[in-house]
Design a protein around this ligand. Structure first.
Ligand SMILES: [Zn+2]
Length: 295
């Protein structure tokens, strides 16, 4: 076992021990009979047809400034029988996608971020692994944060029971996140517990706002600076993934609670919802690859 793999497993066990969240694959979540049905009757689809449906459904064209090269990043086999979904790209992610028999992998964070990259070192190994096995790689970054049906933020708002969702959290003139109201106000502690139970990640609480909360904004991943926008919008709480040292004092001086539930875990929501959509719409077999970074 490589060191990288060991680290992942250690982190996964760490998460499980602390929050008692079972870490299993999405396939194991389903009823055994349903899993069998999917295995037996799952359809296949032409790669190009699936890619063009994804481009359109996720509205990639609306995010021309995204540093991520959204869309098909690596072209694999012409036919897709099974789609794996994951948050990040790594050799371990690719190995696990191959292990579950995926012909296509869809990730939130892809391999290409706007800077020319030599095909050497880990990048070469990752590309070679996919190409040798004919596995396609499709990336959807900001489009999968902002999407109202399968996006990280609107999806998380639904999971947490936020009502009256409205677009919130700007990035270069686009809105990525969502704000809403809890039907019943709750204590900040209960909200942190709810998020921990929902995502399976320890929540870091910077309690700059009231101890009873009802109005929250969400922007997944790394968006700590958007707490300023939360204050301007009259929200009492802001949820994102990663804390940022530069913004430590902001929630306290703005009078807003900042909750950090992990860059990784807040961005598992979108790829999982997208997998559900592919299963329901095209009867494709799908599998979520869980590799928490603990960050
Ligand atoms: Zn991210």
């Amino acid at each position: 076992m490589r060191a990288q793999e060991q680290t992942y497993l250690l982190r996964a066990r760490h998460v499980k021990r602390r929050h008692d969240v079972p870490l299993h694959s999405e396939a194991q979540d389903r009823e055994p009979t349903l899993a069998l049905a999917h295995l037996t009757y799952a359809d296949s689809m032409q790669r190009d047809e699936l890619v063009s449906w994804l481009d359109d459904y996720l509205d990639l064209a609306a995010f021309p400034d995204d540093p991520s090269l959204n869309g098909l990043q690596v072209e694999g086999s012409a036919e897709v029988h099974k789609v794996a979904v994951a948050v990040d790209c790594s050799l371990t992610t690719f190995e696990q996608a191959a292990e579950v028999g995926a012909d296509m992998l869809i990730t939130h964070h892809g391999l290409f971020w706007g800077t020319p990259l030599a095909v050497a070192g880990p990048h070469r190994k990752r590309l070679a692994y996919l190409l040798e096995r004919d596995i396609s790689l499709y990336a959807a970054h900001l489009p999968l944060d902002a999407h109202r049906e399968v996006g990280n933020n609107w999806g998380l708002a639904r999971l947490l029971g936020l009502d009256e969702p409205t677009p919130f959290g700007s990035w270069r003139g686009r809105t990525l996140g969502v704000a809403g109201v809890f039907p019943t106000p709750m204590s900040l502690r209960d909200l942190a517990d709810l998020i921990e139970r929902t995502l399976g990640e320890a929540v870091l609480v910077h309690a700059g706002g009231p101890i009873e909360v009802s109005r929250m904004g969400i922007v997944s991943g790394s968006a700590a600076g958007i707490v300023t926008e939360a204050a301007a919008a009259g929200l009492d709480t802001f949820l994102t993934g990663e804390p940022k040292h530069d913004h430590f004092y902001d929630p306290f001086e703005l009078g807003v609670n900042a909750l950090y539930a992990g860059h990784y875990m807040t961005e598992t929501v979108g790829v999982k919802l997208l997998a559900d959509e592919l299963r329901d719409r095209f009867s494709l077999a799908t599998e979520f690859v869980l590799l928490p970074t603990g960050l």
